[in-house]
Design a protein around this ligand. Structure first.
Ligand SMILES: [Zn+2]
Length: 444
């Protein structure tokens, strides 16, 4: 059934026109379903004076109001267990995950049996796109507890690969699995795979020689698409790195690299992507950088219509060299993580880019954002792994950050190697100490 290269060749190589026609048809059905069955959408759209029947083109979706995390929290549990955004009775729901969001109340993401089946078929397509094949031994090293990425292992199994359900276990245990079973592929976070590689080397295991990992899938942080971080990972592991992007509100993986590693193909048959201006919410043309807004096209349990993801990025809808026509997204960072120093927008991913490109310092770092005299400043902590003095490293880091970002850090602390905390799974590298007033004045 599956040709060698594609999971679903017809769907993955539709012309732009065919793909948009498919999206429009699905969108019209999704809006009608949401309006008829979700108390929230019915009320919000009536108030906004819009109706699903008015949508004759994809562009007309812009008439509909946005939703965001707050909408989800405010409507959760209201009227029924699943809340007012849900569009099916609880009996039809077979699975829920919760958001891993570090702030506020976690939100539930429900799936019907059909939603779940389509979720896993999509994951299988993205794994296949990342080169996972029946001959692979795949280790799923993601948290299973409540997390939407957990069930993705079922999608991996659909490719025919031999799947090892490891979950989030201590590094020693994971290294035992890698050494004993010699798997060829693994999924974890970018910082954890670096920390795991260092741990392996310390315990006398050289990942390149003693292990068989050929493909590493990462998600959950920016690093997987940052060239210097990718290099740091391949230097340790000698494996090919695939970046995935997921959203707890939709799928564990919504988008993934293909073999060209140039942007992440998003499953456009399931998700309609808009890019909007951060402040005004106005629609931007494809290719421009803004906030990514997602609309589900097929999800029945809880349709997501015009959800502001809080992720800053862009979409390229031009065909990819791999032959797939689904657009590619490039994510630069979280809107909440952005900070403004002397009128320059700074993303922690920019800082990471600089740090990972300097061989004189280790891959571990932290950023502290603080204020002084009502102005936002930033501090960077790094580890010296060179023969040079800390003063020389200080100078090097300051100049590299100034050159890449345009504004110097107020403070750079140079620490001895091995003294910054090693991350497990999702790294917390940004400490935000801005007061609410300063943070708010930064154009939330
Ligand atoms: Zn491609």
């Amino acid at each position: 059934m599956h040709k060698n290269k594609f999971w679903n060749e017809e769907l993955e190589t539709l012309s732009r026109k065919q793909l948009e026609a498919l999206q429009l048809k699905s969108l019209q059905e999704e809006l009608a379903h949401a309006y008829a069955n979700s108390p929230y959408y019915k009320r919000a759209w009536d108030e906004a004076g819009v109706h699903p029947g008015d949508v004759k083109t994809l562009a007309e979706l812009t008439k509909f109001p946005f939703i965001d995390k707050k909408t989800q929290r405010d409507t959760q549990g209201v009227g029924s267990f699943l809340g007012e955004l849900a569009a099916v009775p609880e009996e039809d729901v077979v699975f829920v995950s919760t958001s891993s969001g570090s702030t506020g109340v976690p939100t539930l993401s429900p799936f019907t049996a059909q939603d779940f089946d389509e979720f896993q078929d999509t994951e299988a397509r993205l794994f296949w796109q990342a080169g996972i094949r029946p001959k692979d031994r795949y280790v799923h090293a993601l948290n299973f507890a409540l997390y939407v990425g957990g069930p993705d292992v079922i999608g991996a199994q659909r490719t025919g690969a031999l799947c090892i359900w490891v979950g989030a276990v201590p590094s020693e245990r994971l290294l035992f699995v890698l050494k004993t079973y010699q798997p060829t592929a693994i999924w974890t976070s970018p910082s954890y795979i670096i920390a795991l590689g260092e741990k392996a080397l310390q315990s006398g295991i050289d990942p390149k020689k003693d292990l068989s990992i050929k493909k590493i899938i990462v998600a959950g942080e920016m690093g997987g698409s940052i060239g210097a971080t990718r290099q740091a990972i391949t230097d340790i592991w000698g494996a090919e790195l695939y970046d995935f992007y997921g959203l707890s509100d939709i799928f564990g993986a919504c988008a993934a690299h293909c073999e060209h590693h140039d942007g992440l193909h998003i499953a456009e048959d399931h998700i309609y992507v808009e890019t909007v201006d951060l402040n005004t919410g106005a629609l931007l043309p494809p290719g421009e950088r803004g906030e990514l807004v997602f609309t589900t096209l097929r999800k029945k349990a809880r349709p997501i219509i015009r959800f502001r993801t809080g992720d800053i990025g862009r979409i390229d809808i031009s065909p990819c060299k791999c032959g797939r026509t689904h657009g590619r997204i490039y994510v630069d960072g979280r809107k909440d993580d952005m900070f403004i120093v002397s009128a320059v927008n700074v993303y922690p991913s920019d800082v990471e880019y600089v740090i990972r490109a300097l061989p004189e310092i280790s891959n571990e770092y932290t950023i502290r954002i603080f204020e002084e005299n009502y102005t936002c400043k930033y501090e960077v902590n790094v580890e010296n792994v060179s023969d040079q003095s800390d003063t020389a490293i200080h100078e090097l880091v300051v100049n590299a950050l100034k050159a890449r970002i345009g504004v110097k850090p107020a403070i750079v602390n140079v620490h001895p190697n091995g003294t910054l905390e090693r991350s497990t799974h999702k790294a917390k590298r940004v400490i935000d100490q801005r007061t609410e007033t300063v943070a708010k004045s930064q154009g939330e």
